[in-house]
Design a protein around this ligand. Structure first.
Ligand code: HEM
Length: 118
């Protein structure tokens, strides 16, 4: 099945979206503190995985795995919402249409319950 990930050119385009998304996240005091002790390379990897997941690319996660990696962070709805907002902005910035953005956001929403309050 063709995914948004394929439609937007796989990793090449994704890398550009990631760079932009990364800037938005780093500039946002609501969420940037979570990445304070994360090295930059790992953080960039996180953003890449996040965007790839949203677009249906490789590395699709299970709720169980996501609940484990975010364990102890006690992420709140406002943190999750902030990340979703930046994802929306980053995709719109690169001309992704609202319908496709909606699909990507729905994908991310499906993991909310596994990621917050852990
Ligand atoms: C659908 C949503 C999300 C996905 C798919 C996702 C994916 C991941 C993955 C795969 C890891 C493991 C580390 C890695 O391999 O890069 C991770 C760690 C992490 N995530 Fe997320 N994440 C999501 C949402 C969030 C949110 C909303 C926040 C905070 C605002 C967050 C903050 C972190 C942090 C701080 C780490 C640890 C990084 C480190 O190793 O220091 N994540 N995430």
């Amino acid at each position: 099945m063709s995914t948004l990930y394929d439609k937007f050119g796989g990793e090449g385009t994704i890398a550009k979206v990631v760079d932009y998304f990364y800037e938005l996240v780093l500039a946002d005091d609501t969420v940037n503190t979570f990445f304070e002790h994360t090295d930059m390379e790992k953080q960039r990897q996180h953003q890449t995985k996040f965007i790839s997941y949203a677009l249906g690319g490789p590395n699709q996660y299970t709720g169980g795995a996501m609940s484990k990696v975010h364990q102890g962070m006690n992420l709140q709805p406002e943190h999750f919402d902030a990340i979703v907002k930046h994802l929306h902005a980053a995709l719109a910035h690169f001309g992704v249409g609202e319908d496709d953005i909606h699909t990507a956001l729905a994908k991310v929403e499906s993991l909310r319950g596994d990621i917050i309050y852990k």
